[in-house]
Design a protein around this ligand. Structure first.
Ligand SMILES: *Cc1c(COP(=O)(O)O)cnc(C)c1O
Length: 222
C-alpha cells in the first residue's frame, strides 16, 4: 500500500509531464491536486513523504478531522476544497482550506467573503460551472456564468483564480473543457480546474492549470 501510492503518484506525474509536452506547454505548468477524500491520514502520509504538497478534499467535516494535524506537521501543505459547500460551513471551510473550487451561488460567495474578512484570510476562489447543465450537479449554468463572475469579482470582492467543472460521466469531456476555457478567456480568468483520474491528460490538452486526481493515486474508493 505504502509503496503503491507513491509509485502511482510518480506515474501520474509522468503522465502530466507527457501531456504538457504534447500540448506544447512548459513542464511543471500544471498543478496536481491529489484528491484524498475517504482516505485516512495513514494512507495520505506516504504521498506527502513522496513530495506531494497539494491536496483536495470534498467535505469540510472530513477535512477538519484529518488535515489540521497534518498541516501542523507539514506547514507547506495546501488544501483545496473541491466539493459542494453549505453556507453554514463557510467558517470551517475558510479555517481549514487554502483554495475553494466550488463557488456556485450568491449565498456561498457572500458567506465566504464575510468569513474571510472576519478571519483575515483571502482565499483564491474558483467558480464551478455546470457545463453539462445536469440537474443533479452543482455549478452555475454556462449562460449565467459571465454575470456571476462579474458579481463575485466586482461586487462581492472575491479573489477569483479561475473556473472549475466536472463533465458528465457519460460524455466525452473535451467539449466541456473547451467550453470552460472559452468562458474563462472572455472573462480574463487564467485558472482552469478540470480533469480527474480518467481524463486529466485530455484536460491538460485543453489548458487545465489544475487537475484533481484521486483514485489514480490512492486507489479505488469504496
Ligand atoms: C473525487 C473527485 C475528484 C477525483 O476523482 P478521481 O476520479 O478519483 O480522480 C476530482 N474532482 C472532484 C470534484 C471530486 O469530487
Amino acid at each position: 500500500m505504502t509503496d503503491t501510492s507513491a509509485t502511482r503518484l510518480a506515474e501520474v506525474k509522468a503522465h502530466i509531464c507527457g501531456a504538457e509536452t504534447a500540448a506544447g506547454r512548459p513542464t511543471g505548468s500544471v498543478v496536481l491536486i491529489a484528491v484524498s477524500k475517504t482516505y485516512h491520514a495513514d494512507a495520505i502520509r506516504p504521498v506527502i513523504h513522496a513530495g506531494q504538497r497539494v491536496f483536495g478534499e470534498n467535505r469540510v467535516q472530513e477535512a477538519m478531522a484529518k488535515w489540521p494535524a497534518l498541516k501542523e506537521e507539514y506547514p507547506d501543505l495546501q488544501l483545496h476544497l473541491i466539493g459542494p459547500l453549505q453556507s453554514n460551513k463557510a467558517r470551517e471551510a475558510v479555517q481549514t482550506f487554502d483554495v475553494i473550487h466550488t463557488v456556485d451561488r450568491l449565498k456561498i460567495a457572500k458567506a465566504l467573503k464575510t468569513e474571510m474578512e472576519k478571519q483575515g484570510r483571502d482565499l483564491p476562489c474558483y467558480i464551478q460551472v455546470n457545463t453539462g447543465e445536469e440537474l443533479q450537479k452543482a455549478g452555475i449554468p454556462p449562460r449565467e456564468a459571465d454575470a456571476f463572475i462579474k458579481l463575485c469579482r466586482d461586487e462581492i470582492g472575491l479573489t477569483l483564480a479561475g473556473l472549475m467543472c466536472i463533465p458528465p460521466v457519460e460524455e466525452a469531456p473535451g467539449p466541456h473543457f473547451a467550453l470552460l476555457q472559452k468562458i474563462a478567456d472572455r472573462n480574463g480568468l487564467t485558472g482552469l480546474s478540470m480533469g480527474m483520474s480518467s481524463d486529466y491528460e485530455v484536460a491538460i490538452g485543453f489548458g487545465a492549470t489544475h487537475v484533481r486526481v484521486g483514485s489514480a493515486i490512492f486507489g479505488a474508493r469504496d
